[in-house]
Design a protein around this ligand. Structure first.
Ligand SMILES: Cc1cc2nc3c(=O)[nH]c(=O)nc-3n(C[C@H](O)[C@H](O)[C@H](O)COP(=O)(O)OP(=O)(O)OC[C@H]3O[C@@H](n4cnc5c(N)ncnc54)[C@H](O)[C@@H]3O)c2cc1C
Length: 481
């Protein structure tokens, strides 16, 4: 066997999964088709849960640095730093969950940060290595690779497909990928529009939505949802789409490249088949509206990393299956809200009316908060086996102070963490790192057991007698090896 885990794809999700595996004691092989890192501008930011996951690994200062630049750019382009639902820019994420923030960071900068983090853990990315074949037997998976020095084969105990929306692993391993067909084709070009002053201001128009700023033009084109997407985007194609959406014929010049994608919404039925797992866009695709793809994919990676590492060490498959049980509903919820956003972007007087009403509703604090939490996923609770558990069990732990320091300073090693003013963790073996301290900042908690992905596995409320039997059960359940 060449490796315990082979990872296809060194996008943000593959990089973070590789790092999480390393922290949990498993060194993966990371295979990337591109000859060198991509500088393609895609996502401009990550949501609360992904940002908190990276902060728990010590990457907070780098995120803060990028965030300040991103805020300034957002204010310049949209006249507000509020986020949007279906391009109605009214959502105030800061009041939804005070103290919990996403981070505005461009995807190339994020990937650089994650590559640096992974390099510090001693793992290199094999660029120019395209996975072209996959074959599973009872003990391993064999991957065929197209490499700069010819065809190679490697065997891995498990394979993680983090190879994006067109995932080769997903197709070769036979995952079902049901969902809904697109309503629109999005074309996002880095280019100059010669007669830009003749274009209407960015916004919704009879054929779709137009966005333009210096050096960028994008169309959300509802007139050709099933456009041919096989070739690279061209300046002529962008010009045609601008004409269909706006009725204005312009010259698109200084074309530096771009992206073409749709709002089709699809998700695999299960995130694991045998020895193969999927994460990120390989497991779910949807429109980028609301900026949720990275948040979803990076949270997949942190949910999966420690579980897959435990499986390598001999944990029962039930632990790995909890990855699907926990993450599939979250992905389904994102697909659901992106479909609603597509519907709200469709052209026409009826949708204009609906958007006006939606905009008014978003002025109501409760609605604003509801939408902010819908997009961030902060309110989601994973299935909890113990019906009597503390209400925060199954949710992502908010930032806490422990012994005067932020919790994230205790989690850089990726170990399960028990914070308890009395217990020293004795009897729990070395499966958890126990810190004798009280939790501050949250009046709902006195003691807490936090999984490596930041999810609360057990908790006690202030004034309540901590249920140590339930604590032991939680440790046995989540950290069996
Ligand atoms: C215009 C745009 C704006 C967006 N904005 C946001 C946003 O603001 N916020 C947000 O959260 N999300 C946003 N998204 C979505 C986000 O970019 C994706 O969800 C994210 O890139 C998914 O990461 P990933 O690692 O799963 O996949 P990818 O980033 O696609 O990475 C997959 C990697 O696998 C490699 N690969 C593919 N096939 C193979 C193979 N056979 N062998 C080896 N390697 C392979 C690819 O080269 C690639 O490097 C946006 C997307 C677009 C297009």
């Amino acid at each position: 066997m060449d490796t315990d885990v082979g990872i296809a794809g060194a996008g943000p999700v593959g990089l973070l999964l590789a790092a999480e595996l390393c922290l949990a004691g498993v060194r993966p092989i990371v295979l990337e088709r591109l000859p060198a890192p991509s500088e393609q501008p895609k996502a401009r930011g990550i949501g609360v849960l992904a940002a908190e996951a990276l902060r728990r690994r010590g990457l907070g200062p780098a995120l803060d640095h990028e965030h300040d630049k991103g805020l300034a750019a957002l204010a310049r382009e949209h006249g507000t730093t509020r986020t949007h639902f279906a391009w109605i820019h009214k959502i105030d994420p800061d009041t939804a969950d005070p103290g919990r923030h996403g981070a505005l960071i461009g995807q190339p900068a994020l990937e650089r940060l994650l590559r640096g983090h992974l390099a510090e853990l001693g793992v290199e990315v094999h660029f120019g290595h395209t996975v072209t074949g996959w074959a599973e037997d009872p003990d391993s998976v064999t991957l065929t690779l197209d490499t700069p020095t010819g065809t190679r084969r490697i065997t891995a105990g498990h394979v993680a497909g983090c190879d994006g929306g067109h995932s080769t692993i997903r197709k070769l391993a036979g995952f079902g990928f049901p969902g809904t067909a697109p309503l629109m084709t999005v074309r996002y070009a880095q280019a100059r529009v010669r007669e830009r002053d003749q274009l209407p201001p960015p916004g919704r128009l009879p054929g779709g939505t137009l966005f333009h700023e210096e050096g960028v033009v994008a169309t959300f084109d509802f007139t050709d949802p099933t456009a041919d997407r096989s070739g690279a985007l061209s300046a002529d194609e962008v010009r045609e789409s601008v004409r269909r959406v706006t009725g204005v014929d312009v010259v698109v010049e200084d074309f530096q490249g771009g992206l073409r994608f749709t709002d089709q919404a699809r998700q695999v039925d299960a995130y694991r088949r045998g020895r193969t797992v999927l994460a990120g866009d390989a497991a779910h695709v949807h429109s980028p509206n609301g900026g949720q793809g990275l948040n979803l994919g990076l949270t997949d990676a942190v949910n999966l990393g420690w579980k897959l590492a435990a499986t390598v060490r001999g944990a029962d498959d039930a632990l790995l299956d909890s990855y699907t049980a926990e993450r599939h509903p979250v992905g389904a919820a994102v697909l659901h809200n992106t479909r609603a956003q597509s519907a709200l972007l469709a052209p026409g007087a009826h949708v204009d009316a609906l958007r006006d009403i939606m905009g008014d509703l978003m002025d109501l604090p409760e609605v604003n908060r509801y939408l902010a939490r819908l997009l961030s996923g902060v309110g989601h609770r994973y299935p909890v086996p113990d019906s009597g558990a503390h209400p925060l069990v199954g949710t992502h732990c908010p930032p806490l102070t422990v012994g005067g320091a932020p919790l994230e300073q205790l989690t850089t090693d990726g170990r399960p963490l028990l914070i308890h003013p009395a217990a020293d963790g004795s009897g729990l073996g070395d499966r958890v790192k126990a810190v004798r301290a009280a939790v501050a900042d949250d009046e709902r908690l006195s003691s807490v057991l936090v999984r490596p992905d930041g999810v609360i596995a057990w908790a006690a409320a202030p004034g309540a007698v901590p249920d140590h039997e339930a604590l032991r059960t939680a440790v046995d359940h989540w950290f069996p090896v």
